[in-house]
Ligand binder design. Structure first.
Ligand code: C5P
Length: 409
C-alpha cells in the first residue's frame, strides 16, 4: 500500500525549514494526493504563496483573519475537508499557541476546530527544544492526542548541533503513509466490532436497583478509537453521563439481559471488546410498584446470577468473534486473577486494571492498564488519559487481530 488519494492540509510555519514543505508537497502530489496549504504570516517570510499554489494546484490560504476571507474559506469546512493536518515546521511559538488552545488566526482556528489527527513536525534550535517550557508544551499536546514526528539530531541552520532539526520530507511522507496504511487495512477488510461499556442496572422496583461503579468512559474511548481506525463499531452501553459523538453507532441499554440481547443481535462480528461492568446479580423478580419499607425484610430480595456476556462470546461455538477481549478490574493479585478470568471466559486477551488506585479508573479521566494475552505475555500501558490509553489498546488489539486473521483465512 502507499500514500494515495488522501486530502492533506499543510500548515506552513515560520522557520528556515519551511522551504522543505515544498518538497513534501511535490512528493504528496506525485502520489496523487490532494494538498491544500495554509501559509502562516511568518511562513510567508520563507516561502511565497505563489510557489505553494503552483505546487498544490490549489489556492493557498493565508493566515489572516478577516470577515471576507472567513466567508470565503470557512475554517470548519477546511478542517473537515482534510484527512490529516500536518504542521511544518512547528516552531516553539506555535507549540505554545496550540498548548494554550489559541484561535487567533486561520491556522490555529482550523487546528482547534479539527476532528482529525494533527501531526506536528517541530524544528527549532536545540536549546529551545530542550527548554522545560517547550517540553511541557509538548507533553500537554501529546496528552491532547497530537502526533509528533522528530525533531531529529543534526546540524541546524544556526550552526549548532543537536536535537531540533526537522524530519525530512521523505521521513514525513513515510510516517503519514504508515498512518494511513494502518487505518485503511481495517476499512478495506470491513471489520466489524462491538464494544460493551458502562454499568448495568438491575431494578428491584421502579426506583431501586443493583448496579456497579462505572462511568463508561474507557469503553466509549475504545469505540471512538476503533472508529478512527476504520473499524465498523457498535457501542452497547449502560447508563452514563457521556455526550456521545453523533458519528458513533451507540445502542443504549439498561440491564444485563438487555445488553446480552443486543450483543446477540449484533453477531456475527470480528471483534468484541467487553469493558462493561455488568452487574453480577439481578433480582429474581422486579416489583411493578415501589416497595414500601415495611415490605422489605432482611433476605426478602432474592437474587440470581446474570449471564456472563464475555463468556457467552468466548465460548460461542457458532458465532465466536475472531478476537474476544475482556476487562478485569481487581483490587489485589491483579495479574493472577486476570489470567484466571481470561481462561475461564475463553478470552484471547484481557485488560487488567487496578481499581484499588484512587488516581485512575472508575470516574477518573485517567487509567493505567496491563494487557495480558493467552500466552501469558504482559504489556503495561502507563497512566495516561483514557483517550490515549484507548488509542494504545486499540493499536495493540488491531495488530493482534491482523496476526490472528492471517491464521484464520
Ligand atoms: O468476572 P468479572 O466481572 O470480573 O469479569 C470482567 C469481564 O467480564 C469484563 O470484560 C466484563 O465486561 C465481563 N462481564 C460480562 N458479563 C457479566 C460480567 C462480566 O461480560 N455478566
Amino acid at each position: 500500500m502507499s500514500l494515495k488519494n488522501k486530502k492533506i492540509l499543510l500548515v506552513i510555519g515560520g522557520g528556515i525549514a519551511a522551504y522543505k514543505s515544498l518538497d513534501l508537497i511535490r512528493l504528496l502530489k506525485k502520489n496523487s494526493n490532494d494538498v491544500k496549504a495554509i501559509l502562516t504570516k511568518s511562513g510567508k517570510e520563507f516561502v511565497t504563496p505563489l510557489s505553494v499554489t503552483t505546487l498544490t494546484k490549489n489556492k493557498t490560504f493565508e493566515n489572516i483573519f478577516d470577515k471576507d476571507m472567513e466567508a470565503e474559506i470557512d475554517h470548519i469546512s477546511l478542517s473537515r475537508w482534510a484527512d490529516i493536518i500536518i504542521v511544518l515546521p512547528t516552531t516553539a511559538n506555535f507549540l505554545t499557541k496550540l498548548s494554550l488552545g489559541k484561535a487567533e488566526d486561520l491556522a490555529t482556528t482550523v487546528i482547534l476546530a479539527s476532528d482529525k489527527d494533527i501531526l506536528l513536525v517541530p524544528a527549532m534550535n536545540v536549546r529551545m527544544w530542550i527548554h522545560r517550557a517547550t517540553q511541557t508544551n509538548v507533553q500537554i499536546l501529546k496528552d491532547y492526542g497530537y502526533l509528533f514526528i522528530g525533531p531529529e539530531e543534526g546540524e541546524m541552520a544556526c550552526g549548532e548541533y543537536g536535537e531540533g532539526k526537522m524530519s525530512s520530507p521523505r521521513q514525513i511522507f513515510k510516517y503519514v503513509e504508515n498512518y494511513f496504511n494502518k487505518r485503511d487495512v481495517f476499512k478495506n477488510k470491513k471489520i466489524k466490532a462491538i464494544v460493551t461499556a458502562g454499568p448495568t442496572r438491575e431494578y428491584i422496583d421502579p426506583v431501586r436497583y443493583i448496579s456497579n461503579e462505572s462511568s463508561g468512559k474507557q469503553g466509549y474511548e475504545i469505540a471512538l478509537a476503533l472508529d478512527k481506525f476504520g473499524v465498523k463499531t457498535k457501542l452497547i452501553t449502560g447508563p452514563s453521563n457521556i455526550n456521545y459523538q453523533k458519528k458513533l453507532h451507540v445502542k443504549k441499554i439498561v440491564s444485563g439481559d438487555e445488553m446480552l440481547q443486543e450483543v446477540k443481535k449484533s453477531l456475527p462480528v470480528d471483534l468484541a471488546i467487553c469493558t462493561a461492568a455488568v452487574s453480577d446479580f439481578k433480582p429474581l423478580r422486579k416489583s411493578k410498584n415501589k416497595l414500601k419499607k415495611d415490605q422489605i425484610k432482611s433476605n426478602s430480595i432474592i437474587i440470581e446470577k446474570n449471564r456472563d456476556i464475555v463468556e457467552y462470546l468466548g465460548k460461542n461455538n457458532k458465532n465466536r468473534p475472531k478476537l474476544v477481549v475482556g476487562f478485569s478490574a481487581e483490587t489485589q493479585n491483579l495479574n493472577r486473577n486476570s489470567i484466571l478470568k481470561m481462561r475461564k471466559k475463553n478470552c484471547d486477551l484481557i485488560i487488567a486494571n487496578d481499581v484499588s488506585r484512587k488516581d485512575i479508573g472508575f470516574n477518573s479521566n485517567f487509567n493505567a492498564v496491563s494487557l495480558i494475552d493467552n500466552n501469558g505475555n504482559i504489556k503495561l500501558i502507563k497512566k495516561n488519559k483514557k483517550s490515549l490509553i484507548a488509542h494504545k489498546i486499540v493499536e495493540i488489539i488491531l495488530d493482534k487481530f491482523l496476526i490472528n486473521d492471517k491464521n484464520f483465512n
